[in-house]
Design a protein around this ligand. Structure first.
Ligand code: ADP
Length: 382
């Protein structure tokens, strides 16, 4: 029995993989209408920060895993002490919860990171900017996602911004502004016995802090650099003792070198392509790792795989809109998350694959654009 905490689309897609493997999956969801709660049949609705709720939920489970990284680590230590396996465990997970802990640990073991410093107030932030140059990127140590909690500060006058409405216990970290060429993502899965596999490196395009498209493998990334990045991700998973999926988000500079931006310890948006484009999806490999089965081959099935996110737009009835998409493209793959459509919300994704990258991209962009309500006649999705 695998207990999954968090009822979002990642748990929904994990459930699909669990079904195929014949694993029993039980869900702790934030509400009865969340993406996974509407499809999983063994659901507890409750607060994942409430020790009584989490302990009650976990009691019958063989192993606990996650759809998000927000469960307090003290609670997870309690579960481990009571003999329940938690994968990834709290000692690893804290690096995906707290950016200061993550930066300090990665720098200590030599992973390439932007120059950074924890700053206590606006004056310290100004001192960092004057030393390392403006603009400065400031981030809150905890609680950020999809670009929230990340500030681009043009100069001294902006230095107070990150400290406004700061929650207790949350720190501000100042980072050099990296003038990157593009963002890359390296996914690895690692099992408790120490077996690990690395997915091909993806290029990811972000807009307003949200991933909109990935291309796998990352175009123009030569084999040496790709293998170097895979090795880096594998070494981080090993160093931190991650069990399950680890996503390493990277910034690639114009000289081809990379810096780690951040870590996620769960299936990741930049790995959704793997459902259709890889021999073993990230969701299946996450579950295999969590129950300590041999991991599956992460290699691509075809030359290029493109994933486009469907963000909430003017189309409210997404399943009906598939009529057009499927009539146009018989090889289009779609995942809709069963969520109410709200502007900008991640409500699904589409995947296309083939041998001609331009054609594969056009098909993905067209379908995602159409599902977001882009006008056919204007070249949807561009
Ligand atoms: P979140 O936790 O919200 O995903 P990230 O740390 O991933 O936040 O940052 C969000 C985006 O901000 C990144 O995808 C990247 O585009 C940009 N960014 C983050 N750090 C830097 C940096 N040091 N220099 C330039 N851009 C950055």
């Amino acid at each position: 029995m695998v207990g999954v905490i968090g009822g979002g689309q990642l748990a929904r897609m994990m459930n699909e993989a669990a079904t195929a493997l014949g694993l029993r999956l039980r869900l702790l969801a934030e509400g009865p209408d969340t993406s996974a709660a509407t499809v999983v049949h063994d659901v507890t609705v409750g607060d994942y920060t409430d020790p009584a709720v989490v302990k009650g939920f976990a009691a019958d489970c063989d192993v606990i895993t996650f759809d998000h990284e927000h469960v307090p680590t003290a609670l997870l230590h309690d579960l481990e002490d009571s003999g329940i396996a938690v994968r990834p465990g709290p000692e690893a997970l804290v690096h995906a919860q707290d950016k200061v802990v993550m930066r300090d640990r990665l720098s200590a073991f030599g992973a390439p990171c932007p120059v950074y410093r924890v700053v206590g107030d606006a004056d310290e932030l100004v001192a960092f900017g004057d030393e390392h140059g403006w603009p400065v990127i400031a981030k809150t140590s905890r609680g950020g996602y999809d670009g929230k909690g990340v500030f681009e500060l043009a100069g001294r006058d902006d230095a107070a911004q990150p400290f406004e409405d700061l929650r207790p216990g949350v720190q501000v970290i100042a980072e050099e502004f990296v003038d990157f060429r593009r963002e890359l993502s390296a996914l690895v899965a690692r099992s408790p016995s120490g077996q690990a596999v690395a997915y091909p490196v993806s290029e990811s395009v972000q807009r307003d802090g949200i991933c909109v498209e990935t291309t796998t493998p990352a175009p123009g990334l030569d084999d040496d650099r790709a293998v170097g990045i895979q090795r880096l991700a594998l070494s981080i998973a090993d160093e931190l003792g991650v069990v399950g999926l680890l996503a390493v988000e990277l910034m690639e500079r114009t000289d081809g070198s990379v810096l780690v931006n951040e870590l996620a310890m769960r299936p990741h948006n930049t790995g959704h392509w793997s459902i259709d484009g890889s021999h073993t999806s990230q969701f299946e490999n996450h579950l295999r790792a969590v129950v300590d089965l041999p991991l599956g081959d992460p290699a691509t099935r075809v030359r290029w795989t493109v994933m486009s996110n469907v963000l909430g737009g003017s189309v409210l009835d997404l399943p009906s809109a598939l009529l057009h998409c499927f009539a146009r493209d018989r090889r289009l793959r779609v995942q809709l998350y069963g969520k109410e459509v709200r502007p900008g919300r991640k409500v699904g994704h589409v995947t296309t694959y083939g041998h001609d990258l331009d054609e594969v991209r056009e098909r993905a962009r067209h379908a995602a654009g159409y599902l977001m309500g882009a006008d056919e006649s204007t070249g949807a999705g561009e």
